[in-house]
Design a protein around this ligand. Structure first.
Ligand code: KG4
Ligand code: ZN
Length: 336
C-alpha cells in the first residue's frame, strides 16, 4: 500500500461503453460512471465501430465530469490517469486515449497505459478488498476467452486463449440467429433459464489437451440446427436451444478452467468479463470450485461488463510500481 492516498481516474472506451471512474488506493471505487451505447447499436444487431467511436467523442468529457463529481473530488486531487489503450476497436480506443493524454498533460500527472483484459481481472480487486495474487483468472467477454495466471499485481501470464470466437461472441451470434435483441448474452441467459437442456449440438466438444478454447464449431452447429428447423417450417424451441447452448458452452468453459487450475496447482480462481454475468456460468463454476476445493471470486455484474473502475484499479498497481507510464506518443492498439 502506498504511503499516501492515491486517486486514479480510469477511462475506458474500447467497445460500446464510455466509462470514467475514480478509484482510491486501487481498491475503493469512489465513482464508476458508464454511458452505454447499447440502444444505438441494437437496431444493427451489433456494435458499429464508426458509430461507437463518434459517440465516445460526445460522451467522454461529460462522463469524466460526472465521475469526478460523484467521487466528490476535483481534478487537482488526481495522482494519475489510467486509460485502456487496447485491445479493442481502434476508433473507440483512440477517443479515450486522446482524452486521457490531454488531461494528464494539462494536470502534469502520469498517464498509465492499461490492458483491457488485465483490467477485467482487476475488477476482482475492487469487489474483494482482501484478495491478493497469485490467482488464476478466466476472462470471458465479448472479445476474449482467456485463462490468465496472475503471478503478482503486475505479472499476468496468458495460459490459454480462444482459437476462434470468444464465448460472448458466440452467445451474441446464437441470439442473433434466434432473432433475440443485441446484446444476446443476457437474452440467452434469460430464455435458457426457462428451457430444458435437451439438445446436444456438439457431442465432440471436449477439453483440449492444450487447454485452448474454440467456440466456432458449437456456434455453427446451433446456426445449422436453427436453419434446418426453419427450412422444414418447424417451430423453433427458443428456450430449449438457449438452455442447451448455454449448458454446452458453459460446461466446456468450466471444465477447461478447472483442469487448468488443477494442472497449475492454483487455489484462488477469479472470473472476469461480461459473460461472468451469466447465471449458469456463475453457478456451475461455484459448484465445481466447491467440489474441487478452490476458492472462487466473482465480481458483481456491473464490474464484469466494461467499466472504468477496473481500469483504474489495474492502473493503480502499475502506478505504485512505477510501470506502464506512457508518453504523449501513446497510441491505441486493437490487439496487444
Ligand atoms: O466484457 P464485455 O462488457 O465487453 C467486452 O470486453 O467484450 O462483454 C460483453 C459480452 C457480450 O458478448 C454479452 O453478450 C456478454 O458479455 N454478456 C453475457 C451476459 N451478460 C453480458 N453473456 C452471457 N450471459 C450474460 N448474462
Ligand atoms: Zn471488456
Amino acid at each position: 500500500m502506498a504511503e499516501k492516498d492515491v486517486y486514479i481516474l480510469g477511462i475506458e472506451s474500447s467497445c460500446d461503453e464510455t466509462s470514467a471512474a475514480v478509484v482510491l488506493n486501487g481498491r475503493k471505487c469512489l465513482s464508476n460512471v458508464i454511458a452505454s451505447q447499447i440502444e444505438l447499436h441494437r437496431r444493427f444487431g451489433g456494435v458499429v465501430p464508426e458509430i461507437a467511436g463518434r459517440n465516445h467523442l460526445l460522451a467522454v468529457m461529460p462522463v469524466v465530469d460526472k465521475a469526478l463529481s460523484e467521487a466528490g473530488i476535483g481534478m487537482d486531487k488526481l495522482d494519475a490517469i489510467a486509460v485502456t489503450y487496447g485491445p479493442g476497436l481502434i476508433g473507440c480506443l483512440l477517443v479515450g486515449v486522446a482524452a486521457a493524454k490531454a488531461m494528464a498533460y494539462a494536470l502534469g500527472i502520469p498517464l498509465i497505459k492499461t490492458d483491457h483484459i488485465q483490467g477485467h481481472i482487476a475488477a476482482n480487486f475492487i469487489a474483494f478488498p482482501q484478495l491478493e495474487p497469485p490467482l488464476l483468472a478466466l476472462v470471458a467477454s465479448g472479445g476474449h476467452t482467456s485463462i490468465v495466471s496472475v503471478e503478482d499485481y503486475n505479472t499476468f501470464v496468458l495460459v490459454s486463449a480462444t482459437l476462434d470466437d470468444a464465448i460472448g461472441e458466440s452467445f451474441d451470434k446464437v441470439a442473433r440467429i434466434l432473432g433475440l435483441p443485441y446484446p444476446g448474452g443476457p437474452e440467452i441467459d434469460r430464455h435458457g433459464r426457462q428451457g430444458k437442456a435437451n439438445i446436444k449440438f456438439c457431442p465432440n466438444l471436449h477439453v483440449r489437451g492444450d487447454l485452448a478454447y474454440s467456440f466456432s464449431g458449437l456456434k455453427t452447429a446451433v446456426v445449422n440446427y436453427v436453419h434446418n428447423l426453419r427450412q422444414r417450417g418447424e417451430e423453433i424451441p427458443v428456450d430449449d436451444i438457449c438452455a442447451s447452448f448455454t449448458a454446452e458452452a458453459v460446461g466446456y468453459t468450466v471444465d477447461t478452467f478447472i483442469r487448468c487450475a488443477k494442472e497449475r496447482g492454483k487455489k484462488n480462481l477469479a472470473l472476469a468479463g461480461g459473460v461472468a454475468a451469466n447465471t449458469y456460468l456463475r453457478s456451475q463454476l461455484a459448484a465445481e470450485c466447491e467440489k474441487n476445493g478452490f476458492t472462487l471470486f466473482v465480481p458483481p455484474p456491473v464490474l464484469c461488463t466494461d467499466n472504468a473502475a477496473m481500469i483504474a484499479a489495474r492502473g493503480y498497481y502499475s502506478f505504485i510500481a512505477g510501470k506502464d507510464e506512457a508518453g504523449l506518443d501513446l497510441n491505441a492498439k486493437s490487439v496487444l
